[in-house]
Design a binder for this molecule. Structure first.
Ligand SMILES: Cc1cc2nc3c(=O)[nH]c(=O)nc-3n(C[C@H](O)[C@H](O)[C@H](O)COP(=O)(O)OP(=O)(O)OC[C@H]3O[C@@H](n4cnc5c(N)ncnc54)[C@H](O)[C@@H]3O)c2cc1C
Length: 436
């Protein structure tokens, strides 16, 4: 749907959140300009997870063929012990369950995902300016000052400038931030290096449609195939207390650290040794904001600027695609500038609970279970994973149990949620304003 009232929108930050929002808002008929302080460059160093709630959105946006050709489909997670290499168990998503959920799970190189969305955003009419840093953001009227002191005005300014957001800082003050206590080590190994290696080549095999994970005490590792099975992205979450160096890398620069994590699993250890380089990113906990909208209702935060989720996790990219879809749907209903406050309030109402779910349930509950130290809880988890490995006949109750476990995260339909909000609340609030 195309909006009958066209907004001038500035998005600060051409990361995944900014570029996806630019695509959807341009498709909704708005005039969109995206500013980024960095150059276009190579974006992304590792794989992005595309869970079904993300592939559903990308399919709706017309990217089904690209996901199938650029992504790697997975249907099964296999769990190994990071301490001794034993196979603990596996979890195969049953065809019946995935059919009911209505979309598949893929891995894709972050750069490929980014490039696909960037090109589509430009084609849809968005102006994307790199090397254009914002140094100040103001409201009444909404405007952005660039590093070259040019001032750009708009009806709506969207801060999609990531975890160290200048927009967030300008509006809501310095954020409180603390170390989480783990680091992410990330790298890409060309699969040709392990193809002939009996141990690794057979375990990480594109035809298995599998996601191997290594579980350990306060750590885990994961290997993700991408680019038609020619590259393996390796992510290892490791406790800072066991890392003898303090240096950390950024996504943008060259990886600089020399020390590497270790595993007693021979496959994982071999992969670590084969990585041409490894990037170390410390994990940070950032303070949660009460509001993502300023009092003028002309400035809105999205993506990591609004809700900083931990990176390289099942929902880390999906949450940004959902933000874009939600905003695109809501702002396609605008027919007057006075409607803007109601619509962006709707965005916050829809997205805040989803963020809480992603942060608490999807991330913390999962890592709590993956990072168990040896003991009764870890034994119970391993027993449960062993049982799930049984690939025999499943009765209705087993299917229902798997469906219920996956539905909360994977079943979310951002488009439907936004349309439902509009018909139940948005229109009502509109009517109450006109009759007041
Ligand atoms: C270069 C890069 C590569 C990444 N690679 C991966 C990857 O391979 N796999 C993965 O899972 N995650 C990756 N991430 C992290 C991932 O982007 C985030 O976790 C999330 O998916 C997207 O968040 P975002 O768009 O809200 O923020 P970000 O990705 O952090 O993007 C914010 C953007 O805002 C720009 N910006 C910041 N301040 C200003 C300013 N003052 N003026 C103008 N622009 C500004 C930044 O240059 C950046 O492009 C990467 C992030 C970056 C920045």
């Amino acid at each position: 749907m195309v909006a009958s009232f066209k907004l001038d929108i500035i998005i600060i930050g051409a990361g995944l959140a900014g570029i996806a929002a630019a695509l959807r808002l341009s498709q909704a008929g708005h005039h969109v300009r995206v500013l980024d302080e960095h150059d276009r460059g190579e974006r992304g160093c590792t794989a992005a997870h595309l869970p079904p709630n993300a592939t559903r959105i990308l399919t709706d946006w017309g990217f089904r063929d690209q996901i199938q050709s650029l992504g790697h489909l997975i249907k099964n997670s296999r769990f190994y012990s990071m301490e001794n290499g034993e196979l603990i168990g596996s979890q195969r998503w049953r065809e019946e369950v995935i059919r009911e959920i209505g979309a598949d799970y893929y891995f894709i190189h972050y750069h490929d995902l980014y490039a696909m969305l960037h090109d589509a955003a430009v084609k849809a009419g968005a102006i994307v300016q790199f090397d254009a840093g914002a140094v100040n953001v103001e409201t009444y009227p909404p405007r952005v000052t660039l590093t070259n002191q040019n001032v750009l005005k708009a009806d709506l300014v969207i801060g999609a400038d990531g975890p160290r957001s200048i927009t967030r800082r300008t509006l809501f003050g310095e954020e409180r931030i603390k170390l989480e206590g783990h680091s992410l080590f990330t790298a890409v190994v060309p699969r040709k290096l392990v193809e002939d290696d009996a141990l690794v080549g057979n375990s990480i095999n594109p035809s298995l449609l599998e996601f191997p994970l290594w579980l350990g005490s306060s750590r885990h590792g994961e290997a993700m195939l991408m680019r038609d099975g020619t590259e393996i992205a390796l992510n290892i979450f490791y406790p800072d207390s066991e890392i003898p160096i303090d240096a950390e890398d950024t996504w943008e620069g060259e990886p600089m650290q020399g020390w590497r994590p270790r595993s007693n699993d021979p496959v994982l250890q071999r992969l670590i040794e084969l990585c041409p380089d490894m990037r170390r990113l410390k994990l940070y906990i950032r303070e949660e904001l009460e509001d993502w909208i300023d009092e003028s209702s002309r400035l809105l935060l999205i993506g990591n600027a609004a809700h900083p989720v931990l990176p390289c996790w099942s929902q880390s990219c999906a949450i940004n695609l959902e933000d874009a879809e939600t905003l695109g749907v809501l702002l396609s209903h605008i027919n007057d500038i006075d409607q803007l406050p109601v619509l962006i309030e709707g965005f916050q109402e829809l997205r805040k609970p989803k963020y809480r779910f992603v942060q608490d349930k999807s991330w913390w509950q999962s890592v709590e279970s993956m990072w168990l130290a040896p003991g009764p809880e870890q034994k119970a988890r391993d027993e449960m994973l062993r049982k799930q490995q049984d690939d025999g006949d499943w009765d209705e109750s087993m299917l229902q149990q798997q469906f219920d476990g996956l539905w909360a995260a994977f079943g979310y339909n951002a488009r439907e949620a936004a349309e439902n909000w509009w018909t139940t609340w948005g229109m009502l609030r509109e009517r109450s304003k006109t009759t007041a």
